[in-house]
Ligand binder design. Structure first.
Ligand SMILES: C[S@@+](CC[C@H](N)C(=O)[O-])C[C@H]1O[C@@H](n2cnc3c(N)ncnc32)[C@H](O)[C@@H]1O
Length: 316
């Protein structure tokens, strides 16, 4: 095993077995303590200033904070190595969710969140949450696709944390602008949304590039990969969700699913095929899969929610 793959495997194993809140941001987060610990360990023990750290989808700042807390414990920390991206727009539904089931921990420490109106910017809350480390961060607020199409990204990337690939075009932009800057044998990709029921493009994309990444393991919903070799330029431009035919998409999708050994998680990730069949007018395949999933009582809630979102045209 490559020395960096070995180091990453140790970090993944230690994050999975993490308990307690030390080094975990006291910030409302959609990520588990284990995932935050993973980011902390990656930046403290693995990151070597060969490239930048991409923190894409920071929400209220727990990923940024975890990364920076690790960096701050390195000797010779440097400013603005972390590029943090987020649209920064609050959705009323988030407040409702929080009120309903206390979904996000530490929410009471940020009472201003309860005041945020629909579509209001949450960037001021984010800045307060990461104030301690703000000098380490290059805050890039706005639509990631637009920002990258306008500015590009021309620096080497050592840690690529993705937690915003909720639409195919966002997913494609991360591939087109970030994957070409990864360092073979060194860079690590953390795809936070891997264990999910509604993002089919993720699996197709990761399957398409499977020859260039070595899977290391799962931490929470996140899949962790070591980037192993340079990707040819023409592949970077392929929009896997739209450019591949159905057979190719299925093949890439199934290659990604092969990494999932837990039966429930496997079924959950495969459920996202409904969205793909719907998007490409594959009505027969859609109906067959739907019928199959009606026989899995443990997935009824997820199935209903996926069908509702497809009906409403919502991505996630
Ligand atoms: C699941 S949340 C991230 C959770 C966060 N990492 C945490 O630990 O709490 C996804 C984030 O992606 C952001 N997002 C969605 N679409 C985006 C886009 N087009 N450009 C930039 N950010 C986007 C949302 O604003 C949201 O904060």
């Amino acid at each position: 095993m490559n020395i960096n793959a070995y180091a990453l495997k140790r970090i993944v194993d230690s994050s999975v077995s993490k308990s307690g809140d030390d080094y975990i941001a006291k910030i409302p987060s959609m990520m588990s303590a284990q995932e935050q610990h993973l980011l902390f360990l990656l930046s403290r023990d693995y990151y070597s200033y060969e490239g930048k750290i991409i923190d894409a989808g920071h929400f209220l700042g727990s990923s940024t904070y975890s990364i920076c807390a690790g960096l701050a414990r390195q000797a010779g920390k440097q400013a603005r190595q972390v590029f943090s991206y987020d649209l920064g727009i609050w959705y009323k539904g988030w407040t409702e969710l929080l009120k309903k089931d206390g979904w996000l921990k530490f929410f009471e420490l940020f009472p201003e969140c309860y005041e945020l109106g629909d579509l209001e910017s949450f960037i001021p809350v984010y800045k307060r949450a990461i104030a301690e480390y703000i000098d380490l961060v290059n805050i890039r607020s706005g639509d990631l696709v637009q920002i990258l199409e306008t500015e590009g990204f021309n620096e080497k990337i050592e840690v690529l944390f993705l937690d915003l690939c909720k639409m195919p075009k966002i997913n494609h932009a991360t591939q087109k602008f970030f994957f070409g800057n990864l360092i073979p044998g060194k860079s690590v990709l953390i795809q936070q949304d891997f264990l999910c029921d509604s993002l089919p493009w993720l699996y197709i994309n990761l399957g398409y590039f499977s020859d260039f990444f070595q899977f290391i393991g799962f931490v929470g919903s996140s899949a962790v990969y070591l980037f192993t070799r340079e990707i040819p330029g023409n592949m970077l431009n392929t929009d896997c969700y739209y450019d591949l035919n159905l057979e190719e998409k299925e093949k890439c999708y199934d290659a990604s699913l092969a990494l999932v050994s837990n039966d429930y998680n496997y079924k959950l990730c495969r459920l996202a095929k409904l969205k793909m069949y719907h998007d490409f007018g594959e009505t027969e395949k859609y109906s067959d899969l739907l019928r199959e999933y009606e026989n899995y009582p443990e997935l009824q809630a997820a199935l209903n929610s996926v069908i509702d979102r497809i009906g409403l045209g919502q991505y996630y």
